[in-house]
Design a binder for this molecule. Structure first.
Ligand code: GLV
Length: 315
């Protein structure tokens, strides 16, 4: 049965880990007349759009009028983790400000290793005054794993700073000034010549636990690893092991399998690891509201949606 399109739809904000109250007002402004509610305060029969971060499993399946499921972030893995997720259009944020945030975070991380800030930080603890001559950026190779809209911007910024940049993606890409590799067989050839590897990959069945001991040990001795993708892609104990053995130089990690990272986790205290609290970027609440409202209007009008995810592909 088809339900009539509502001009004053019920929009439900759902998260098991975040208080999405900050989105209520922007959402009301962006979709005038909408009845914007915070889960669980809504009649499931009335909800037409769900805006989510780690929504409770099974709940969306009980919403017969749901026409659109929207992520508040670039990733949707926290939504597709629901085994009962209904088959409705699913969208992620496409957001220039978020791309800029990740670009800045990655540039900092690459410079942190390339310009020996990690070495200086350790020396500082010993009040040790020792410097080595900087290596020109053109002699440093950076690998960018994931060449979607965000990864492309990162690769271009690194290239423009003068680094030698390698990129890896699921399907073949051509990027000016970037040496591109693709597919499972392209991963090791891409990373093995890099001084630092940056992962910006989406979490899919193919990328879960991708960076385990076997893959990480193919990085060259003294290479560093940066993760702004998802924590589930990295076998953290394997990384810590390779750091302890001195094979790898260091890591900057913004995402973890369990967030917040538990206070007693070894990564916090590891001298070669920088732990940051999933802070590389955050989408502005007005941008989330604007895109979700626009997508609702498009869904009603039967137009192509911004950031629509191919469920099979996983991003
Ligand atoms: C953040 O991790 C996002 O998915 O936007």
């Amino acid at each position: 049965m088809r339900h009539a399109v509502s001009s004053a739809p019920t929009v439900l904000l759902l998260s098991t880990t975040l208080d999405l109250g900050y989105l209520v007002e922007p959402m009301r402004d962006a979709l005038p007349g909408a009845d914007v509610r915070l889960w669980p305060d809504a009649d499931p029969d009335s909800v037409e759009m769900a805006i989510c971060w780690r929504p409770p499993a099974g709940v969306l399946a009980g919403m017969p009028r749901l026409r659109l499921i929207h992520s508040i972030g670039a990733g949707i893995d926290h939504i597709t983790a629901d085994p009962d997720l209904p088959d409705r259009p699913l969208c992620r944020m496409i957001d220039g400000a978020m791309a800029a945030g990740i670009r800045e975070y990655v540039l900092w991380s690459v410079l942190y290793f390339h310009r020996d800030f990690d070495v200086a930080a350790r020396q500082r603890a010993q009040r040790l005054w020792r410097a080595r001559a900087p290596v020109p950026a053109g002699e440093w190779t950076v690998g960018v794993l994931g060449l979607g809209a965000i990864g492309l911007g990162v690769a271009a910024a690194l290239r423009d700073l003068g680094y030698r940049v390698r990129g890896w993606s699921r399907s073949p890409k051509q990027v000016d000034g970037v040496e591109c590799f693709a597919g499972p067989e392209g991963l090791v050839p891409c990373i093995e010549a890099c001084d630092v590897v940056v992962s910006i990959l989406p979490l899919t069945a193919d990328t879960r636990r991708l960076f385990d001991r076997e893959v990480l040990s193919r990085l060259r001795p003294g290479a560093a690893f940066v993760n702004v993708g998802r924590g589930e892609q990295l076998v953290l104990d394997d990384l810590l092991g390779l750091l302890d053995e001195g094979h790898l130089r260091g890591a900057v990690l913004d995402v973890f399998e369990v967030e917040p990272l538990p206070p007693d986790h070894a990564a916090w205290a590891h001298p070669a690891v920088v732990v940051t609290p999933h802070m590389a970027s955050r989408t502005d609440r007005r941008d989330i509201a604007r895109q979700a409202a626009e997508n609702y209007r498009r869904a009603v009008g039967g137009q192509p949606l911004i950031g629509r995810v191919e469920r099979e592909r996983g991003y």
